[in-house]
Design a protein around this ligand. Structure first.
Ligand code: M6R
Length: 598
């Protein structure tokens, strides 16, 4: 949440900062601002999206600056509360992602010392602190001393009048250096920088960094210089652009066959060779911990691991796990997070280690914070995901969980070599099953149009398709603002049926497995209350049309694997509902792509 960017070079900073900032807009978009260094620092900020900032700002000269796109935490989204902040003397400008938890006492002390505040934010105190510390000193040292007075989480970028440098600092919020030629950058995320460089240095917790046009200096919390080589980023600029699609979300949905293929690449060989990183691990249960969509993936993982490895699995939302009482067992703790930055999930990883558990992260972003907090990392290789709604990262998390379940099953001798071969061949078929769904996009769009006026929508599924119902509901509410609720199909009659009427369609994810007759029964209960039923079912289901008003057919796929094409159908469903309703699909109101606050 919140995107920050800094530039020190020889070109005009303003257009570069604007361009980088637009590429970070998925991190928050309720206000935006920029500061460019000249004799003083010139600060422009406004409420609303970056486009508003762009149209309101005059052209300004200067080759060094910082910029910010905000997702409000402390203080409403107004232009006064937008970043950067420049203290009292217009000498420094600060942008920040994170929370300064002791800002109230700091502000009181600063006000008592004569400082004047213009916002309700926590961040503004830091501008005043740096201003107090600066004098004729080095900016890096002044920032270092100011940091000693703040508690909380942060990625800061700071500039000051008359200096061709940007100073950054990081604690629990991401910060990356982009290494260019005659120019260097700071940003929250590599996607902001792909147009300018593919060489990056990941700043670590507790470190400060100073970038000038020709140098990058990193120091640790004790002021010692740190040597770190730049790394090449595997992602390309095209990966992070819309490529002709109207929305990132649609592009990312259509990238799923190749994302699945990438995620499987090389991994099947490892699974076949049984060269597992889990060998010799002393655990007899698994706990999966995550938030949001990643939690729903974890729930699918529970069914997979229980099926393939016959091992007990519990799932828990990260923010709940952190404060739960430790159990006597010693599980393998699997943290699922596309960004690797979600604060609650990172805190959960630390808690799992504190409890002495072995930890694995399933994560998409290389070098992200969680990769330093766990014993093993499984990368999902989905490529950058810019749309706020998670799509290809969810599907590739499922792939990682299939592979983990097979590994656990092989290790515990719970699956035979024959069963393993069959599972692997099913996995290899998934890109085609997904492509089949994508080929039906026009039909799904027409169907979504028919139901797009609904206020409420229910999603039901059984067994491994229950988390798919949850994820379909989450996608729908997140981007179309239709109130969507996901339930295990058997639960409707325990309360939610009271809400059903002709006005509230029910989407049923139907599998031709041991739950088939039961879900048909549940569909009948729904129809009897007058609710229209849209079934997502496989082609071999010749009965479903008798029970459902509309059907989205998936290629015949074994029930343990149909969650993948089924969720792709529901992603398209949610996307086209949102489009029919004219919603801002890639930037839904009130939410941001990564949640780096508790
Ligand atoms: O980066 P993470 O996977 O840890 O993010 C967790 C959730 O914030 C995220 O999955 C969220 O629910 C999705 N954007 C929903 O589409």
């Amino acid at each position: 949440m919140c995107g920050i960017v800094g530039y020190a070079g020889r070109k005009s900073a303003q257009p570069i900062l604007l361009d980088c900032l637009k590429r970070l807009e998925y991190r928050g978009y309720d206000s935006a601002g920029m500061a460019v260094v000249g004799d003083g620092v010139r600060v422009y900020k406004t409420k609303g999206e970056i486009a508003a900032l762009e149209s309101e700002m005059p052209a300004i000269e200067g080759t060094v600056g910082v910029a910010h796109t905000r997702w409000a935490t402390q203080g409403r989204p107004t232009s006064d509360n937008a970043h950067p902040f420049d203290g009292c003397r217009n000498q420094v400008a600060v942008v920040h992602n994170g929370i300064i938890s002791n800002f109230v006492e700091l502000r009181d002390a600063l006000v008592a010392g004569g400082h004047e505040f213009s916002s309700d934010t926590d961040t503004e105190v830091f501008a005043h602190l740096v201003e107090e510390e600066l004098g004729d000193d080095e900016l890096l040292d002044a920032v270092g001393r100011a940091l000693k007075r703040v508690s909380g989480t942060y990625a800061f970028a700071v500039v000051s009048s008359g200096r061709d440098e940007v100073v950054g600092a990081r604690k629990e919020s991401p910060l990356v250096v982009g290494v260019g030629s005659g120019e260097n950058f700071l940003a929250s995320d590599v996607t902001a920088l792909l147009k300018y460089t593919d060489r990056v240095i990941y700043v670590q917790d507790g470190e400060l960094v100073r970038v000038t046009p020709d140098s990058v200096t990193i120091v640790d919390a004790d002021g010692n210089e740190v040597e770190r080589e730049a790394e090449r980023v595997a992602w390309s600029l095209e990966d992070a652009e819309k490529g002709g699609y109207p929305h990132f979300m649609l592009k990312e949905i259509f990238e799923q066959p190749s994302a699945i293929h990438e995620s499987l690449l090389g991994r099947i060989d490892a699974v076949e060779a049984e060269s597992s990183f889990l060998n010799g691990s002393p655990f007899s249960s698994v706990k999966i911990v995550a938030c949001g969509t990643s939690y729903n993936a974890g729930l699918v993982g529970k069914y997979l691991i229980e099926e393939f490895a016959k091992m007990p699995v519990t799932t828990q939302i990260s923010s709940e796990y952190r404060y739960s009482a430790p159990a006597r067992e010693n599980p393998l703790v699997v943290l699922v997070t596309q960004s690797g930055e979600t604060l609650d999930t990172i805190a959960a990883a630390r808690e799992a280690r504190r409890r002495g558990n072995r930890t694995v992260a399933i994560v998409n972003v290389v070098g992200s914070a969680i990769t330093r907090e766990v014993d093993h990392v499984i990368y999902t290789r989905a490529g950058p995901e810019i749309g706020v709604a998670a799509t290809k990262t969810f599907v590739t998390q499922l792939i990682a969980l299939y592979l983990l379940a097979i590994e656990l099953g092989s290790q515990g001798k719970a699956i035979t070599a024959h069963a393993k071969r069959s599972i692997i061949s099913q996995l290899r078929n998934l890109p085609r099953a997904v492509q089949d769904v994508l080929n039906q996009a026009d039909a799904i769009e027409a169907l979504a149009g028919k139901y797009s006026g609904s206020r409420d929508m229910f999603f039901i599924g059984r067994n491994i398709h229950y988390p798919i119902a949850l994820e379909g509901a989450l996608k729908t509410k997140e981007i179309s603002y239709i109130h969507g609720e996901g339930y295990p199909a058997g639960e409707l009659k325990h309360g939610p049926l009271a809400l059903l009427s002709e006005e509230s369609p029910v989407v049923a994810v139907v599998a031709k497995d041991h739950t088939y007759e039961k879900i048909i029964g549940n569909i009948s209960e729904v129809s009897a209350r007058g609710s229209p039923v849209i079934a997502v079912a496989t082609e071999d289901d010749t009965e479903i049309e008798k029970f459902a008003d509309d059907v989205i057919y998936l290629r015949e796929t074994s029930p343990l694997f149909s969650p993948v094409p089924a969720i792709v159908a529901l992603q398209l469903w949610a996307y086209y509902l949102a489009r029919a309703r004219g919603c801002p699909i890639d930037k839904p109101r009130n939410i941001a792509k990564t949640v780096t606050v508790e």
